[in-house]
Unconditional design. Structure first.
Length: 264
């Protein structure tokens, strides 16, 4: 069972790239972030034409998450939850579209787009940390259900110094502040496995390259897209990787897809 995450950075703008990736790699489950589309604008017909079922949680111009399941290969999807019940950093803003949870053929899938947190310090960074604490609580609830579970998406956290091309360049960024890293480390300490880290203990694997300053051409990237596995899924882990080549295509997202393969 191949499960993947892809920050698509605008599903309408990147739809040809998404279709290519789905056709070429055919994950059983694909989690998307930053779809940047209201619910009614989601290209459901295009997704269904590929043989995928989809659920999504949209928001105008920002955020937005979706989970796709390969119905053609016999996978079905049932929504469990949307949102973590935490309002945005502005008064009266309400909850942002950042979390979606579903069951796919006996595996609990939690797709997330964690707040960036910049500039820090400030309310956006406080919101990031509060959101991470809410996430930890939800992950504990999933754990208590004793179901095989995968929590994946754009965490906007660089966990270790060897997960970034230049520590100095990112030193003041919210993505690698001690508080962000500590919050991420607490998730792992609760018993979850970072799949990419498990297969690449020395680091040096990037999932994001900025559009600016020739970051892609110079391989100035970092790792912020993660796949966390419950013990039941960690025991089934066969492989994990990054579809790096898709970042180099025309009008690509600034993220590359990340995936795991679990034994059936």
């Amino acid at each position: 069972m191949k499960i993947a995450t892809f920050n698509i950075n605008g599903i309408k703008a990147r739809l040809p790239r998404l279709v290519e990736w789905l056709e070429e790699t055919r994950p059983a489950v694909a989690c998307l972030q930053e779809i940047k589309s209201q619910d009614e604008g989601f290209p459901a017909a295009d997704i269904e034409a590929l043989g995928y079922a989809a659920i999504w949680h949209g928001q105008k111009a920002f955020n937005g998450v979706a989970i796709l399941a390969d119905r053609q290969a016999g996978y079905d999807i049932t929504e469990v939850r949307r949102g973590l019940g935490i309002d945005g950093p502005k008064d009266g803003e309400g909850e942002q579209a950042r979390y979606l949870e579903a069951d796919v053929n006996g595996v609990r899938i939690a797709c997330l787009y964690l707040p960036n947190g910049n500039p820090q310090p400030g309310p956006k960074f406080d919101y990031k940390l509060a959101w991470m604490e809410k996430l930890r609580g939800r992950m504990a609830a999933i754990w208590a259900e004793e179901v095989p579970a995968v929590v994946l998406g754009d965490f906007n956290v660089i966990p270790h110094d060897d997960d970034v091309w230049s520590v100095k360049a990112m030193r003041d960024d919210a993505l690698m502040q001690p508080e962000s890293r500590a919050a991420y480390a607490r998730l792992l300490a609760d018993g979850w496995t970072d799949a990419i880290r498990a297969h690449n203990p020395r680091g040096g694997v990037w999932t994001y390259w900025d559009y600016q300053a020739g970051a892609w051409q110079r391989d100035h990237g970092f790792r912020i897209d993660h796949i966390l596995l419950s013990p039941e899924c960690a025991d089934r882990l066969e492989a994990a990787g990054v579809d790096k080549a898709h970042r180099g295509r025309e009008k690509a997202s600034d993220h590359a897809p990340v995936w795991v393969k679990l034994q059936s």
